[in-house]
Design a protein around this ligand. Structure first.
Ligand code: ADP
Length: 498
């Protein structure tokens, strides 16, 4: 289950609408998207409550490996979800290690600042709750496995009780953090659920819940089913969040969880900011830091995939087989340049994703230096452009480049770029720091040929300059992408020489 942010509560007497579908099938796992809205029958108003992504796994029958049938997206929205599902999967696969790494890294930070302005102090052990549930047939699916949703409901129940022991009021659940079910539990199992408030922050608190299963045979050890972290708030009659009491953790594990809750909160806020911000609200250059690195890459790749999935591109010109398309979307103007070449898609991908070679074909690239290799597929570069700013200095950019090979047959290769702020590489006097919102390549293998498209979303300030010079731009793009093709041909010929 990915993070779930509850934007509204649903009251008794209101209608809940749930829409769900499989966004994408991978090998044996699939991503299911769930969209929940609530509807007031008296005035007909409807509002979003939350969106969730659940991963289901098809269990093999016998020893045969499962290969799910692919889902074929049809609408623009389905194409987008299908394409971004691969990026979400990537994020999930690194989630556990990433969180572990961040927790050890950031629990040393100063935590006193978070405590200012809070009421009183409650001993953590006063909020401790334990319960045991017997799994009965109505709690389980046809295979006899307990429904994940049933376990979540039990977990939320006891977490709510733990939370109310801190605030002595009815708490409201705001967030459930990404977690996974480690293994199934069956009819006849007893589930032991344990919850405690790990920390409280001015107007929100984190409750941790741990679920374990055991069967009637006392010799069989307990199985850890899952652990979840939930954030609760207390709302007053005006829907404002109330100030909460401070928690006094127990020494040992309690203090460790107290510190880890602070770190998780920081990670969560960063992640929420990077992932959920609409592009138009997002400052162009988001500061890069280890806490948000995974989410910035997700944001970078998904923003490009969003452009790729758009269907209303308009062909603006075609010069020497280089096609230029435009797309107007609210206050954004985007361009797409398309060429079809006879170079292998993978080689094209390898050459184009190495930004340090771009100056060999793109006359707007003066220099490019690798600043940080974040991981195998993500890197941060410093780029100096040949274009001068109004101050007469060259523009420079700090760019996060993410390369993604196809997740499955039929997927394109993707290379996404966006500006980031690197604290260790601030703007320098000799350059004017420029920013790029979203750009990159999408490379499709089409039999013996390869279709390369370059996308660029212009920042709002540039739109008028660009639209007044569309013909200049067309011939410029045509020249640049012809050089790009020459560069690709030359370099693949070189690499094919014995
Ligand atoms: P961790 O202890 O590293 O946080 P666990 O999976 O052991 O991870 O537990 C998850 C959460 O469940 C804890 O953070 C805590 O809030 C709650 N929890 C675990 N054990 C207990 C317990 N014995 N009593 C109450 N709550 C518990």
């Amino acid at each position: 289950m990915d993070d779930i942010y509850f934007e509204h509560t649903i009251s008794v007497g209101q209608v809940v609408n749930l829409k769900t579908k499989v966004n994408r099938a991978f090998n044996s796992s699939m991503e299911v998207g769930i969209h929940v809205t609530s509807e007031d029958l008296c005035n007909g108003k409807e509002w979003k409550v939350c969106q969730a992504f659940a991963t289901f796994v098809a269990q093999p029958q016998g020893n045969k490996k499962v290969k799910l049938k692919p889902v074929t997206p049809v609408t623009e929205e389905e194409h987008l979800e299908h394409s971004i599902a691969a990026e979400r999967r990537r994020m999930r696969l690194v989630h556990t290690d990433n969180i572990k790494d961040l927790l050890t890294r950031s629990t040393q930070q100063d935590e006193r600042s978070l405590e200012r302005g809070m009421n009183g102090e409650v001993l953590a052990q006063k909020t401790r709750v334990e319960s045991v549930e017997l799994v009965l047939p109505p709690h389980a699916n046809h295979q006899g496995n307990t429904f994940g949703g049933q376990i979540m409901a039990w977990m939320e129940n006891i977490a709510t009780i733990a939370a109310s022991r801190l605030c002595h009021a009815h708490p409201t659940l705001k967030v459930i953090e990404m977690f996974h079910f480690r293994g199934p539990s069956q009819v006849g199992d007893r589930l032991i659920l344990k919850a405690i408030v790990n920390n409280s922050f001015k107007d929100s608190m984190e409750v941790g819940v741990c679920a374990e299963a055991f069967c009637h045979d006392v010799d069989v050890p307990r199985r850890h089913i899952n652990s979840a972290f939930m954030t609760f708030v207390v709302l007053d009659e005006n829907n404002h969040q109330c100030i909460l009491s401070r928690i006094k953790p127990e020494p040992g594990d309690g203090e460790r969880r107290y510190r880890e809750a602070i770190a998780r909160r920081k990670i969560r806020l960063d992640r929420k900011y990077v992932i959920s911000c609409k592009q138009s609200e997002m400052p162009l250059s988001v500061p890069w830091d280890p806490c948000n690195q995974v989410y910035l890459s997700y944001n970078n790749v998904s923003a490009l995939k969003m452009l790729v999935s758009k269907t209303d591109w308009v062909l603006a010109s075609e010069i020497n087989k280089v096609r230029l398309y435009t797309l107007e979307d609210g206050k954004f103007l985007s361009f797409k340049v398309e060429i079809i070449i006879s170079v292998d898609a993978r080689e094209t991908f390898n050459l184009l994703s190495d930004l340090s070679r771009r100056s060999e074909w793109d006359k707007y690239y003066k220099e490019c230096q690798l600043l940080q290799q974040v991981n195998e597929d993500d890197a941060i570069y410093h780029v100096v452009s040949t274009v001068s700013s109004t101050e007469g200095k060259h523009q420079d950019f700090v760019i996060l480049a993410c390369r993604r090979p196809p997740c499955d047959v039929g997927d394109p290769y993707v290379v996404a770029f966006r500006s980031v702020t690197l604290p260790t590489y601030p703007p320098r006097a000799e350059y004017t720091r420029g920013e790029t919102l979203c750009s990159g390549f999408c490379i499709w293998s089409q039999g013996p040929r390869t279709k390369v498209t370059y996308y660029n979303q212009f920042t709002p300030g540039l739109v008028s300059q660009v639209t007044t010079n569309i013909s200049g731009l067309s011939s410029d793009f045509a020249n640049t992408y012809q050089s790009c093709e020459q560069f690709l041909i030359k370099n693949t010929m070189d690499s094919n020489q014995p």
